[in-house]
Design a protein around this ligand. Structure first.
Ligand code: HXC
Length: 519
C-alpha cells in the first residue's frame, strides 16, 4: 500500500514536471505559433524511444525570490532517443520555465548529454528557445555557457552537432549554435543576434525589427549563420531528421548506405547538350547534380546563401557523398568571399566525418574589386583552398567547362590531392579565358593597328590560337593533371566507379598539434 502511494507520487510528480512552467505558459507558447520542448522532441524522436534524464533537477539560485520558484527539470528537457533507429542525444529548452533562460543547473543537464553523446559516439541535437543567461544567476549562468561552449569545441569533428533555433537566441547564447556543424532556424518565430533591436537603437540609433536584425531569412540568406530556414517547426524538425540520414554517427564511422534501384550505369544524353555554345551563357548546375546522383535526390545545405556555389548531400550507388558545385546561373559561378566560406565549411565537415567529396567545376575565377579585396577575399578564398588540400576523404572532381587560374587550383585539383579528376570535352583549363589572355599578351600590338577591322582580325586570330592551345581539357590530360576526358552522358557511371575504387582510401596528415587554417 505504502509502495503504491510512492509510485502514485512519482507518476504525479512526473506529470507536473511534464507541464514545465504550467498550462498558462504552454498556452502562451502555442499562441505565439510555437511548440513546447516536449512536443518538439516527440516530433523529432522515434515514437517511444525517448529516455529522459534529470527530470527532477532544480536550480540552486537564491537571488531575487528565485528560492520560491522551482520547476522540476529547470527549463530544459534532456535525454537520449533514436531517429530512424539510430541513437541521438538531445536537449530542448523549455521557454515556459523562466523563458528557457540558462541557469547553472540547466547547463549541467545539457553538458551531461553532450558528454554522453561523445562517449557513446552519437550526434547531439540542441533545440534552442531561450532568453539567454538567467539574469538572477549572474556569473553562474555565464559559467554555464562556458561549460557548454567548451564541450561544443571538444566534440567538434568527433560527433555531429546540430542546433535547431526555435525561439529567441540572444547574447552569448548564439555562440553555441555557431560552434555546431549545422544551424536551422524557423521563419518568423526564431531569431539570433548578439544584441537585440533595443540595444541597437541605443548604441547606433538604427531602428530595426527582431526579424530584420536576426530572423531566419537574414541568417539563411545574408550572414550564412543558419544553414536552413524552415517555414514551420514541423518542417524544421523533418529537415534535421533528413540531414541525419546522410551523415555518420561519429568520426570513426561512415554514413549509412541507402540502397537504390537507380542503375549505376544509367546514362543521361541530356548532359551531352547541356553546355551552351556561347561560353558566356549559363546553364543550371542543379540539372547536372540531379542527373548524376541516385534517384535525383539532392539535400542542399545553405540553399539561400552564396548561391554561386552549391553544396549538399546525395547518395551515389548508395554511398553518401558531399557535392560541391559552381553554379554558372548565379554570378557566372564566380568564387567570392561567401561562396568560399560556405564551401570550405562544408568540405571540412565532410572530411571530418568520412564523407567522400564530388566536385563539379565551372568557375571563371575569383571575384575581383575593392569590395572583395577589402573583405579579405585572399584569406577567405584560402579557406576553401586549405579545406580541399587538407581533406583526406575520397575526392572525385569533374570539370564541365571553365576552370581558370586560382579558382582551378582551389576547386579540388589534382595537386590538392584530388584522387580522380575528370573533364568533359567542353572543359577549358587555363590561366584565364581567351579574351583576358589576348588582351594581356597582345593588347598593345592590337591597339597599334589603326584599322578597327584589322584590330578585330588580329584579336580573333590570337584568340583562336589561344583557345586551340589552352582552352580545352587536352593540355591537362596530356600532362596527367586529369585522369581522363569523359563523355558527359557517362558522368554518373564514371564518378561512381571512381568512388567505389576509393572506398579503401588511406591518407594521413603529418603529425601536428593542430593546423592553423586561415581565419
Ligand atoms: C531570467 C528570463 C530571461 C532571462 C526571459 N525571462 N529572459 N528570466 N533571465 N534572461 C523570463 C521573463 O522574466 C518571463 O518570466 C519569461 O521568461 C518569459 O519572458 P517574456 O519577456 O515574458 O517573453 P517574451 O515577451 O516572449 O520575450 C522573450 C525575450 C525577452 C525576447 C527573450 O524575455 C528578453 O528580452 N529576455 C532577455 C534577453 C536577454 O537580454 N538575455 C541575456 C542575453 S546575454 P515570467 O515569470 O514573467 O514568465 C547572455 C549572455 C550569455 O545571454 C553569455 C555567454 C558567453
Amino acid at each position: 500500500m505504502i509502495q503504491q502511494e510512492k509510485i502514485n507520487g512519482l507518476v504525479e510528480r512526473r506529470a507536473a514536471a511534464r507541464l514545465g512552467g504550467g498550462q498558462k505558459r504552454i498556452d502562451a507558447q502555442h499562441q505565439k505559433g510555437k511548440l513546447t520542448a516536449r512536443e518538439r522532441l516527440a516530433l523529432l524522436l522515434d515514437e517511444g524511444s525517448f529516455e529522459e534524464y534529470d527530470m527532477f533537477v532544480q536550480h540552486r539560485c537564491t537571488n531575487f525570490g528565485m528560492e520560491k520558484q522551482h520547476f522540476d527539470g529547470d527549463g530544459v528537457v534532456t535525454g537520449q532517443g533514436t531517429i530512424g533507429g539510430r541513437l541521438v542525444y538531445v536537449f530542448a529548452q523549455d521557454f515556459t520555465v523562466s523563458g528557457g533562460s540558462l541557469s547553472k543547473t540547466m547547463s549541467e543537464k545539457i553538458c551531461k548529454v553532450m558528454d554522453m553523446a561523445v562517449r557513446n559516439g552519437a550526434p547531439c541535437i540542441g533545440l534552442n528557445d531561450s532568453g539567454g543567461a538567467r539574469i538572477q544567476e549572474g556569473i553562474d549562468a555565464l559559467a554555464g555557457y562556458g561549460d557548454i561552449f567548451e564541450r561544443n569545441i571538444l566534440s567538434s569533428g568527433v560527433i555531429p552537432q546540430i542546433s535547431g533555433i526555435f525561439g529567441p537566441c540572444a547574447g552569448g547564447a548564439v555562440y553555441s549554435p555557431a560552434l555546431t556543424d549545422f544551424t536551422l532556424m524557423v521563419k518568423d518565430t526564431s531569431y539570433m543576434f548578439l544584441t537585440g533591436p533595443g540595444v541597437v537603437k541605443q548604441v547606433t540609433g538604427e531602428t530595426v525589427s527582431a526579424e530584420e536584425l536576426g530572423g531566419a531569412s537574414v541568417h539563411a540568406g545574408k550572414s550564412g549563420v543558419a544553414h536552413f530556414a524552415a517555414d514551420s517547426e514541423q518542417e524544421g524538425i523533418a529537415k534535421i531528421k533528413e540531414l541525419l540520414s546522410f551523415i555518420p554517427q561519429n568520426n570513426m564511422e561512415t554514413a549509412p548506405e541507402l540502397p537504390t534501384g537507380d542503375p549505376l550505369s544509367r546514362v543521361d544524353d541530356a548532359l551531352n547538350t547541356i553546355i551552351p555554345d556561347n561560353p558566356n551563357k549559363a546553364y543550371d548546375m542543379y540539372q547536372v547534380i540531379r542527373s548524376i546522383v541516385d534517384d535525383g535526390n539532392f539535400f542542399e545545405i545553405h540553399e539561400s546563401f552564396a548561391k554561386n556555389i552549391i553544396v549538399g548531400f546525395a547518395h551515389m550507388n548508395g554511398q553518401s557523398v558531399g557535392i560541391v558545385a559552381n553554379q554558372p546561373k548565379v554570378l557566372a559561378g564566380v568564387l567570392d568571399i561567401n561562396a568560399s566560406r560556405k564551401a570550405a565549411r562544408f568540405v571540412r565537415f565532410c572530411d571530418a566525418f568520412n564523407i567522400p567529396l564530388v566536385t563539379l567545376v565551372d568557375v571563371p575565377g575569383f571575384l575581383c574589386g575593392t569590395q572583395q579585396e577589402y573583405g579579405a577575399i585572399i584569406t577567405n578564398g584560402a579557406k576553401l583552398l586549405y579545406a580541399y588540400g587538407e581533406a583526406t576523404v575520397p575526392k572525385v572532381t569533374v570539370t564541365l567547362r571553365k576552370s581558370y587560374g586560382g579558382a582551378h587550383i582551389v576547386m579540388s585539383c589534382k595537386q590538392l590531392r584530388g584522387d580522380v579528376n575528370y573533364a568533359w570535352p567542353s572543359a577549358n583549363i587555363a590561366v584565364m579565358g581567351a579574351d583576358g589572355a589576348v588582351d594581356v599578351l597582345y593588347g598593345k600590338e592590337i591597339k597599334a593597328e589603326e584599322d578597327p577591322a584589322k584590330q578585330a582580325e588580329i584579336a580573333a586570330q590570337k584568340k583562336d590560337e589561344y583557345n586551340d592551345l589552352f582552352c580545352n581539357p587536352y593540355q591537362a590530360a596530356q600532362k596527367g593533371y586529369i585522369e581522363d576526358v569523359i563523355e558527359p552522358r557517362n558522368t554518373r557511371f564514371r564518378v561512381i566507379r571512381a568512388l567505389e575504387s576509393l572506398r579503401g582510401k588511406r591518407q594521413e596528415m603529418p603529425a601536428k598539434k593542430h593546423d592553423n587554417l586561415p581565419l
